[in-house]
Design a protein around this ligand. Structure first.
Ligand code: AGP
Length: 577
């Protein structure tokens, strides 16, 4: 989702900004642009599509200032066009802005601008910020920005350039991440500290804070008064990774899973999760919560739930003290999950975040947090993010024999990755690639995995896939099964064998083609095609059984020629509610 970058005090500013934007590519975007000051005038260069297009346009740019801002846009208000692309200039050309977030009162603000004779040219909510700045400007940038921040409702992280101060950037934010970095003789801002090069320290702007960036350093303000927020040292360990010879980041990240799992278990085995748990997350993180639910209930003997973050904020479900809300999020920045964490705090729950990005917003919003050790995940479709979450929860819940089984999971994952390379997995991918509809079914811990398998296929192949509990199929969806419809059956729990076999036979009786993902010989024999996975504790199996599903989805996407790492319409980090 939208990404912001900015530097003051850097030579070759245009190229530096483009490098920063490349590091933010993983967030998902459909257009990109930069702005800087040249001969006292603000200039914006923009391109629709990939950053490589912007790179071509800026290759020879050598502005006389060393200060600029850049942006990757993920369309929300208006299509991905040049005019909607950031940075936006104000009507008189005095301001250039980049914005991440959603301005909820944009209709009223648009009307306000129009009432002052200013007609916005784009469909975006963001452009209004530039005009409002110029309308409020009386020679003092900070005062104008404070006034505008007060007028905005919603979430925003904003970077501002003003033609009167060509070496300064002003930044302000509320409910949207923005980090300020300081290095030797330069200052920077970004949506994600990992996108910054050469900085020594980072300061995460809190809601309502603003910063004035100069090459010599940053000044911070809250309600017009100077403040000194704590600075954290920048860790290069979190620098963004490279493809290492793999065709795609997704493929590389799939193969990193056993190692990521081992690191996560080692780091989190001494951390404990207790009490009645409510797992909260979005997309794959929600599926991770569903997958570990049976384990949590089995170990803790307390009713636990999994809830979509977007539903949690409008439900009344958890009101009791003593409930622990476990917020699962790879990025730690997902707006729905952050909102759910704030809501859980309001309801006096204990909040515990499990994130993969240290210092992300959720770590600051929740009372406690644990960091999975998956390392940077670049592909939009998560793989190691999901399995690390499953393993983190398993490590924090188990002791004794089961804890030993958790430690052995990385070995089972190695074997499952090998199973995903077999002829059967390839055949499954070929079949799915030519099918208009695919079903994924499973029960208990396999249910969350079935949902995750369907999501992976949808995300990167654009094939319609439905994840459903095996037991639910007969309550309606079975009417969609006809000759050759692929039904992927995830089965890892021996106690469910008879039920699974019955479901398989009712699918096959209607012409459905069953692809078994299982360690069970009977289920293998009953399937039309089976990918055999290594046996492991059925409560822990989600970290293993999901691997062939990721691989099958990946292969199908490659066969279809899809943009595997950056599927259409998707953002890595969904920072709007
Ligand atoms: C996963 O492949 C998806 N990209 C998506 O569902 C993702 O899991 C969801 O947006 C939540 O992200 P988070 O884990 O960073 O909070």
């Amino acid at each position: 989702m939208c990404g912001i970058i900015g530097y003051t005090g850097k030579k070759n500013i245009a190229q530096e900004l483009v490098v920063g934007l490349e590091k933010l590519e993983y967030r998902g975007y459909d257009s990109a642009g930069i702005a800087y000051c040249e001969h006292g005038k603000l200039v914006a260069v923009k391109a629709v599509g990939r950053i490589s297009e912007l790179k071509k346009l800026t290759e020879v740019s050598r502005p006389d200032s060393a200060c600029g801002i850049g942006h990757t846009r993920w369309a929300t208000h208006g299509r991905p066009t040049l005019v909607n692309c950031h940075p936006h200039l104000s009507y008189g050309g005095k301001f250039a802005i980049v914005h991440n977030g959603i301005i909820e009162n944009c209709k009223q603000l648009r009307a306000f601008c129009e009432s002052r004779g200013v007609s916005p040219v784009s469909d975006t909510d963001s452009e209004l910020i530039a005009h409002l700045l110029e309308l409020c400007f009386d020679g003092d940038l900070r005062r104008a920005a404070d006034k505008v921040a007060e007028m905005l409702k919603g979430s925003f992280a904003v970077g501002v350039l003003c033609s009167c101060r060509p070496n300064e950037i002003y930044a302000f934010s509320s409910r949207s991440p923005l980090v300020i970095g300081e290095g030797k003789n330069f200052c920077a801002l970004a949506s994600d500290g990992n996108a910054l090069s050469g900085v020594d320290t980072l300061v995460f702007l809190k809601d309502g804070e603003s910063a004035l960036l100069r090459p010599s350093g940053a000044e911070y303000y809250r309600k017009g008064k100077r403040v000194n927020p704590p600075a954290a040292p920048f860790s290069s360990a979190s620098a963004l990774s490279v493809k290492d010879g793999f065709a795609h980041y997704m493929l590389k990240e799939m193969y990193e899973q056993p190692e990521a799992a081992a690191r996560t278990v080692a780091a989190l085995s001494d951390v404990r999760l207790r009490g009645a748990l409510t797992f909260i997350g979005c997309g794959s993180s929600y599926h991770a919560g569903l997958s570990v639910l049976p384990l949590a209930e089995h170990v803790l003997r307390k009713p636990s739930y999994a809830c979509l973050a977007g539903e949690f904020i409008c439900s009344e479900r958890v009101k009791r003290r003593g409930t622990t809300a476990v917020l699962l999020s790879q990025s730690g920045e997902t707006a729905d999950t952050v909102a759910a964490a704030l809501e859980a705090e309001r309801r006096a729950c204990r909040t515990f975040a499990i994130v993969n990005v240290p210092s992300s917003t959720l770590t600051r919003v929740c009372k406690r947090h644990a960091v999975t050790r998956a390392g940077p995940e670049i592909a939009v479709a998560t793989t190691k993010g999901f399995t690390s979450q499953v393993i983190a929860v398993a490590a924090m819940l188990t002791r004794g024999q089961t804890a030993d089984s958790v430690k052995r999971l990385p070995f089972a994952m190695e074997k499952a990755l090998a199973a995903a390379e077999t002829q059967e997995a390839e055949e499954a991918a070929r079949l799915l690639a030519i099918s208009p509809d695919v079903f994924f079914i499973g029960r208990k811990a396999d249910y969350g995995v079935a949902l995750e398998g369907a999501l992976k296929l949808k995300e990167i192949t654009y094939i319609n896939a439905l994840g459903i509990s095996s037991g639910e199929l007969k309550h309606g969806s079975i009417s969609l099964i006809s000759d050759g419809t692929p039904v992927v059956v995830v089965h890892t729990d021996p106690s469910l064998r008879e039920k699974t076999l019955l479901t398989i036979s009712s699918v096959r009786a209607r012409g459905g083609f069953v692809i078994g993902i299982t360690d069970d010989s009977d289920v293998c024999a009953a399937s039309d095609l089976a990918v055999r996975i290594p046996h492991c504790d059925p409560f822990l199996s989600p970290a293993v059984s999901v691997l062939p599903l990721q691989s099958i989805a990946y292969r199908a996407a490659v066969l279809l020629g899809r943009d595997v790492d950056k599927p259409r319409n998707l953002a890595k980090s969904v920072t709007v509610e």
